[in-house]
Design a protein around this ligand. Structure first.
Ligand SMILES: Cc1cc2nc3c(=O)[nH]c(=O)nc-3n(C[C@H](O)[C@H](O)[C@H](O)COP(=O)(O)O)c2cc1C
Length: 346
């Protein structure tokens, strides 16, 4: 039986967060708390992705969602990429590395689709575009609900027309990458509540995402017609998250006073804590995903290894202030407006 998102015991979806924060343990903890835990495929090999699904399944009998990046052509030319690479050489050398070399990469799209078809998780969500109708039809035949991340009414209509069974409606306050279909388009600024008014009622359940940091914010999107709230940033400090130490410290560090939407790190717009990297390189960065991501990767890795929060991406939504640590189950319960259960209670 395909999962009905309206029937989750707790209307919270743990966002898939590629690059480390989402672990099988985090996805399982969210599902064990009554929500829907999600595993990202982004940046992983297809084999590792399949292993993560198996690991999560060994920790929960609840529903599991997975997430794929839809491949897209690089929107920057070789000269733009070379110029950006050259610009980053002095910074890279300060960390003792060279910027990466751009190369074609579709993030193992076909192999990962095969993993989804073979393992048949309850939900697969897509971001950075809308898969072709036959892709979603194949997964539907395996009992997998396809959800497409959208940032506008037009994208929502395209996704429904292509056969999406649900929409992840992402507002501008979201942490991490914006899911906007056109890789070089500015991220839409329309607020989440206006976006919900335009996307609820298209015939498929809507999951609302972006800047949801407390129970009042979650209640507001449910009242607006969303079937559930998808939260990413709120889980970054949870015990089960794989968020690296530099990122965890920065989220609690008073020197960081705001977030910014930038393509400096990956070539695609994403929301990060504002740091020296975003200040120095946002203006020059070309719209070249994933090539810009490849160029900056050695710098980000070296900065992280050196414990320097100013040389790497620090993804965070606007509700990052005051996010809590502790077990993911407690964070989910607090977001859903439930009192957390005392340890040992049944
Ligand atoms: C660290 C981080 C990594 C993310 N990685 C992904 C990803 O791999 N796939 C995806 O669809 N969304 C990703 N997102 C976006 C989330 O799905 C979601 O839209 C966002 O977290 C919601 O906003 P919030 O962070 O304010 O809760 C990421 C978000 C964060 C914070």
């Amino acid at each position: 039986m395909p999962l009905h998102l309206q029937d989750l015991a707790v209307p919270i979806v743990g966002a898939p967060m590629a690059g480390g924060p989402s672990t099988p343990a985090l996805a399982a903890a969210v599902s064990n708390a009554g929500g829907l835990g999600c595993l990202p495929a982004g940046y992983l090999s297809a084999e590792r992705f399949a292993d993560d699904i198996a690991a999560a399944r060994s920790m929960t009998s609840g529903p599991i969602g997975v997430n794929l990046f839809v491949p897209q052509p690089c929107m920057a030319g070789p000269v733009q990429l070379d110029d950006y690479r050259e610009l980053l050489v002095p910074l890279a050398r300060r960390y003792g590395v060279e910027p990466g070399r751009p190369r074609p990469d579709d993030d193992a799209w076909q192999a990962k689709l095969d993993v989804v078809a073979d393992t048949a998780p309850d939900v697969v969500s897509f971001t950075f575009g809308c898969p072709a109708p036959d892709v979603m039809a194949r997964l539907r035949s395996r009992g997998v609900l396809s959800m497409v991340t959208v940032t506008s009414r037009t994208e929502a209509q395209m996704a429904v027309a292509a056969g999406a069974g649900a929409l992840a409606v992402q507002g501008p306050a979201a942490g991490g990458h914006r899911g906007v279909f056109a890789a070089d388009a500015p991220a839409p600024e329309q607020g989440l509540s206006a976006l919900l008014a335009q996307t609820v009622g298209l015939g498929v359940p809507v999951i609302a995402a972006g800047g949801l940091g407390d129970a009042a914010a979650v209640r507001a999107v449910l009242t607006a017609g969303a079937a559930a709230a998808q939260v990413g940033t709120a889980l970054l400090l949870s015990d089960e998250a794989g968020t690296c130490v530099v990122h965890r410290r920065a989220l609690r560090d008073k020197q960081f006073t705001g977030t910014v939407v930038t393509r400096a790190f990956s070539g695609r717009y994403a929301r990060s804590l504002a740091n020296a990297f975003t200040a120095d390189y946002s203006e020059a960065a070309p719209p070249g995903y994933p090539q810009v991501n490849q160029i900056t990767a050695p710098i980000r890795a070296a900065a992280t290894a050196a414990g320097d929060p100013h040389g790497t991406n620090l993804w965070a939504g606007t509700a990052w202030r005051g996010i809590a640590g502790g077990p993911a189950a407690d964070i989910v319960a607090a977001l859903a407006g439930q009192a957390s259960r005392p340890a040992g209670s049944v």
